[in-house]
Design a protein around this ligand. Structure first.
Ligand code: NAD
Length: 548
């Protein structure tokens, strides 16, 4: 990567919002952060931050030029114009991978991508707020914590948790499982991914023999040890061995990039080397291997579920892939959102994150302390902050993630602005969130699976979210298609807002950080969830509160 992320208190752009966008874009592509920076791929299969190197050069120039009353337009990773807006408007407006619904398939997208007309932005890659694997650690930690509460008396101690995929996001799984005191056994086909997780301390051990890895995991489970093992093999082969040896995991899921059958998923019938050649030379044949393998993969998951494993889909759409290939009962195991996360969404909770633009880890320590002091009653948050400090190695700009809900995010954002204003941190703080989110996603096989009123596929909500964040004055706003689960399966919106210590930022933060989670509360209240209705009333988001 020819560019380095600027750090420190001096800026080269005409405002801190532009500067923040520049730093976060380059942070996304920092080799310590991105999975494949030389291909501009940040994470999640082929999730990119910019379309190509030419676009990257142009975006950097545009951001340095951009006035405080202008907005830069990005169309699927390419800068296409600068228009006049006003000081409180977003400085950047982004739309990624949008296709008219009838054309919304990977096949059509692939054609456009080949012609250089489109880019896949995944979620936080294309919205320039990816912060490395930490970004997902807390969500994964919360999911396993919720599973532990529901099934194992609040801890994964003495449990065997099997999954696959140690990529950008999947790499958070071993740490999230060990933070919940369990044993993780994770299949990964690419050795460098395992090594990367070892280096960043997300994973404890690498093994290359499947049986030896299963033995080691069983021994650790029996002793109540806390341990994560990455085993170099295909997920299908690991599950096959578990079934044939009659070893039943306590929990079972998967985070291979099954959302993208061509680029993301590696079939068990091919080595990684063979996969790379076949994908390039004969994509149709590759897709056949891929679909066969994903179908067998889900069949094995269903078998282990029958044998007693608590099995859930972890948001990669593997069930839909198997069903597209004819496996009728692929949806017999639930998605993780209806199983564990929805009650949190009803309170406007979701992965709130921030990064220190100074580049100084001490600034994050200041924010950690502030947050811990602000929410003393929130026990799981306190535990998370303590563990995060001990166990999370920063990648790129120092950052933190915390699941905060309605009311809490606004409070935190305003307090961060105060830290900047009073010089307690060395440069502004940039605040954003994931799209695994309460009010900005329509994704019927993931965030909006099994909604109470059947509104899973209604995509008005993410569009309203992007509109309201634009109206409120977020620093940059993005609209995406296909993140997490692939083309045709999701529409979602991102927002980022900069706390630069000014009064204008304070007003924008108060609006945006109230409205953004508020959209989630309203969306879930509208679908009939009581927790959301109560939260809406409590925070005066309720229409009846106004109209009687
Ligand atoms: P990634 O592309 O960076 O990594 C995927 C990993 O899976 C790679 O390391 C690859 O080598 C490995 N892999 C592929 N096929 C395999 C197979 N058959 N057996 C073993 N390993 C295999 O992707 P990522 O960012 O880690 O995301 C993974 C998936 O999880 C995506 O589909 C993503 O959308 C989904 N996801 C879900 C959530 C969530 O919160 N539920 C969050 C992020 C990502």
């Amino acid at each position: 990567m020819k560019y380095k992320t600027p750090v420190g208190p001096e800026r080269s752009c005409k405002g801190w919002v532009q500067e923040a966008a520049l730093r976060m874009l380059l942070n996304n592509l920092n080799p310590d952060v991105a999975e494949r920076p030389d291909d501009l791929i940040v994470y999640g299969g082929r999730g990119k931050a910019v379309r190509n190197f030419e676009s990257l050069d142009l975006i950097i120039k545009a951001l340095k030029n951009l006035e405080n009353n202008e907005s830069l337009l990005i169309q699927s990773g390419k800068p296409v114009g600068i228009l006049r807006t006003h000081e409180d408007a977003p400085r950047i407006l982004i739309s990624n991978s949008q296709l008219v619904p009838k054309w919304a398939t990977w096949e059509h997208f692939d054609e456009l991508e080949k012609k250089g007309l489109m880019m896949y932005g995944q979620m936080t890659a294309g919205s320039w707020i990816y912060i490395g694997s930490q970004g997902i650690v807390q969500g994964t930690y919360e999911t396993y914590a919720a599973a532990a509460d529901k099934h194992f008396n609040g801890t994964l101690k003495g449990t065997l948790n099997v999954t696959a995929g140690l990529g950008g996001m999947g790499g958070a799984q071993p740490l999230a499982i060990t933070m919940n005191e369990g044993v993780a056994l994770i299949a990964e086909v690419e050795e460098w991914r395992i090594d990367k997780r070892l280096e960043t301390r997300y994973l404890d051990e690498k093994m290359t023999d499947i049986d030896a890895a299963i033995d080691r995991a069983l021994e650790a489970r029996a002793k109540g040890e806390v341990l994560s093992i990455g085993v170099l093999c295909n997920a299908v082969h690991l599950l096959e061995r578990l079934i044939s040896r009659n070893v039943v995991p306590d929990t079972l899921t998967d985070q291979t990039s099954a959302h993208d059958p061509l680029i993301g998923y590696i079939p068990h019938t091919l080595t990684v080397g063979q996969a790379n050649v076949l994908r390039h030379d004969h994509p149709d044949q590759y897709l056949k291997h891929s679909y066969n393998s994903m179908t067998l993969h889900v069949e094995h998951m269903l078998t282990l579920q029958k044998m007693g494993a608590i099995t859930f889909d972890y948001g990669n759409n593997i069930r839909a892939r198997a069903q597209e290939h004819g496996l009728q009962n692929a949806f017999d195991f639930p998605g993780f959102v209806p199983a564990y996360i929805r009650p949190l969404f009803c309170e406007g909770k979701g992965p709130f994150r921030w990064a220190a633009l100074s580049g100084d880890p001490a600034d994050i320590a200041v924010t950690d302390e502030l947050i811990a002091g602000m929410f003393p009653e929130n026990k799981s948050l306190q535990r998370w902050l303590k563990l995060a400090k001990e166990k999370i190695a920063f990648q790129g700009l120092p950052a933190r993630i915390c699941w905060l809900g309605q009311g809490e995010r606004e409070k935190a954002g305003l307090a961060f602005n105060e830290l900047v204003r009073t010089g307690k941190v060395k440069a502004p703080i940039v605040i954003g969130r994931d799209h695994l989110d309460t009010g900005s996603v329509a994704s019927p096989n993931r965030e909006t699976e099994a909604m109470l009123d059947g509104s899973d596929a209604v995509a008005d909500w993410p569009l309203l979210n992007a509109l309201v964040n634009t109206a409120g004055g977020a620093s940059w706003v993005s609209l995406h298609h296909g993140g997490g689960v692939g083309m045709g399966y999701s529409i979602h919106a991102g927002m980022v807002i900069v706390a630069d210590g000014t009064e204008a930022a304070e007003a924008r933060l108060a609006r945006v950080l109230r409205n953004d989670p508020g959209m989630g509360v309203i969306r879930h209240a509208d679908a009939g969830y009581d927790i959301a209705k109560d939260t809406a009333r409590q925070h005066r988001l309720d229409l009846t509160d106004r109209l009687g």
